[in-house]
Design a protein around this ligand. Structure first.
Ligand SMILES: NC(=O)c1ccc[n+]([C@@H]2O[C@H](COP(=O)([O-])OP(=O)(O)OC[C@H]3O[C@@H](n4cnc5c(N)ncnc54)[C@H](OP(=O)(O)O)[C@@H]3O)[C@@H](O)[C@H]2O)c1
Length: 265
């Protein structure tokens, strides 16, 4: 694992033959994490809404977690409401941490978004609350912050069709492939808990509207893209570069266009 991703790993203390639980295993990131866990030679235990373990009620979690060395939380809500996002991420994080304690799982690995905790609005209010719970927990966790995934464009296209138009937030981003994030999360899960880990971003800055145009063209969908300035702190943060990595941040390798061409070939 460390040799396979030398450009983004700085240190690595790998434990072999681990059982790793993946919460949100059916999502954009979760599916890549399941593959990365298997590729690393570990056993994967996927949790999603249709599994016997419930992230919201907590039922079945302790049973699912028994014998695991780590839990990677790749679950998410699609809600942009601050209240719903806080509700989702705090409930899931608390339930997972409690189940990990009871089942004796020593490592909780979480993912957040670069800039989200500072913006602390709408969806990002949930990420800020999730981060705050971890910071208040004494040990046993690692947290990786990344930029948007290339797959975020697919999520925008799936949810942003308004009549004949494709609505896209006016947004600066330096997106990264979810597969590279997944490999990093598995490498983190394979080592000791680190608390906040070095951030990870994609190789180049892009404009979200341009990415959506390129995605629609590559998937033979013709509709005009309308860039919208989202009101409030959330939208301002998207536009003003608050979600971009700081100078010196570790960068992934695959560009959006390389990802898109692999996705559509
Ligand atoms: N997308 C990005 O660009 C991006 C960038 C940086 C960080 N992140 C973070 O990465 C993580 C994963 O994001 P994603 O975009 O991969 O999410 P996603 O594609 O929306 O997947 C969400 C996952 O969570 C599961 N889930 C949702 N509600 C659930 C519930 N009530 N009970 C159990 N499972 C539930 C979904 O299961 P179902 O299949 O049953 O719906 C799915 O497996 C999140 O923490 C997100 O903040 C995302």
């Amino acid at each position: 694992m460390c040799e396979a991703e030398p450009h983004i790993r700085t240190s690595c203390a790998v434990l072999e033959d681990m059982k790793i639980v993946i919460a949100g295993a059916t999502g954009s990131l979760g599916t890549e994490v399941v593959d990365a866990v298997r590729a690393a030679g570990h056993e994967s235990v996927p949790i999603s809404r249709d599994s016997a373990a419930d992230l919201i009620s907590g039922s079945g979690l302790v049973t699912a977690l028994r014998g695991a060395s780590a839990v990677i939380d790749a679950s998410a809500t699609s809600s942009t409401s601050a209240k719903r996002s806080i509700g989702f991420f705090t409930t899931v994080t608390r339930n997972l941490l409690a189940a990990e304690r009871e089942a004796g799982v020593p490592h909780h690995v979480a993912i957040s978004v670069i800039g989200a905790a500072k913006l602390n609005a709408n969806y990002y209010a949930g990420k800020a609350a999730q981060e705050a719970i971890l910071h208040a927990t004494s040990g046993g966790w690692s947290l990786l912050r990344t930029t948007q995934f290339h797959e975020f464009v697919e999520q925008l296209v799936a949810h942003g069709k308004v009549g004949p138009f494709q609505a896209v937030p006016r947004m600066r981003s330096q997106p990264i492939a979810a597969a590279e994030v997944a490999a990093e999360l598995v490498a983190i899960a394979s080592g000791e808990p680190q608390g906040l880990t070095p951030e990870l971003a994609g190789p180049q800055e892009e404009r979200m509207g341009d990415l959506v145009r390129r995605y629609l063209a590559a998937t033979a969908r013709r509709r005009p893209v309308v860039e919208l300035s989202i009101p409030g702190a959330w939208g301002r943060g998207m536009r003003d570069g608050s979600l971009l990595p700081k100078a010196g941040t570790r960068l992934g390798r695959q560009t959006f266009d390389e990802w898109l061409s692999a996705r559509t070939s």
